[in-house]
Design a protein around this ligand. Structure first.
Ligand SMILES: C[S@@+](CC[C@H](N)C(=O)[O-])C[C@H]1O[C@@H](n2cnc3c(N)ncnc32)[C@H](O)[C@@H]1O
Length: 194
């Protein structure tokens, strides 16, 4: 399959299945491999717009899954409780209150607006991922899971090391739905340590 056809395949499939974005297939692949989505649990979706990851989490986790989403952009008809603000300005207590208890899963697909400078984009993306990691450390209950998008670059190995310190098992994953030329990959921490 040619590169462009590969992209179209996931975009068309997402549209036909009623998902707002093709990125849903990255989460789907990770879920099929690692089973991280809780059944009727509590999930935090960082960078939740346009909403496809949240839809998938509800689909897999069941209707009683509580999802709290955060994004700069408002998602109309969001399937959970959304905070329309920057992750850097969040009040952790407010997120905790909206969740109603410790989170089972914190996911972050956040990405900065890319500048074209690979270095700048990498540093900004790591700042987002690091903020997500710190939030996850505060919100997850013991045994909970954390998933974050990262761009390859000089700061990525240290980020993975920091995740490794917090979780029983850590994986680097590059889903098939990620565009081939993309520098992105995902860091998955499973089983938050006490
Ligand atoms: C790739 S999209 C997420 C797609 C989403 N997972 C889905 O499947 O619908 C990345 C999102 O990160 C958000 N984002 C970027 N910087 C952010 C910040 N500082 N705080 C919160 N969200 C941010 C963007 O607004 C954008 O909607």
């Amino acid at each position: 399959m040619g590169h462009r056809r590969h992209q179209d395949h996931y975009g068309t499939k997402a549209k036909a299945a009623g998902f707002a974005a093709r990125s849903v297939y990255k989460l789907e692949e990770i879920e099929k491999r690692f089973k991280i989505i809780p059944r009727n649990g509590r999930v935090v979706d960082l960078g939740c717009s346009p909403g496809s990851w949240t839809s998938y989490v509800k689909q897999v986790g069941g209707p009683d899954t509580k999802v709290v989403g955060v994004d700069l952009t408002e998602v109309p008809g969001y399937l959970g409780h959304q905070f329309v603000q920057s992750i850097f300005e969040l009040d952790v207590g407010a997120i905790r209150d909206a969740l109603g208890g410790p989170a089972d899963l914190v996911i972050s697909d956040m990405a900065p607006l890319t500048t074209g400078s690979r270095f700048t984009d990498h540093v900004r993306q790591i700042e987002l991922a690091e903020c997500a990691r710190e939030l996850a450390a505060q919100l997850l209950g013991p045994g909970g899971h954390f998933l974050a998008k990262v761009f390859e670059g000089g700061e990525a190995p240290d980020f993975v090391t920091r995740v490794r310190a917090d979780y029983g098992k850590t994986k680097r994953v590059k889903p098939k739905a990620t565009r081939k030329e993309s520098v992105e990959f995902f860091v998955l921490g499973m089983g938050r340590r006490r």
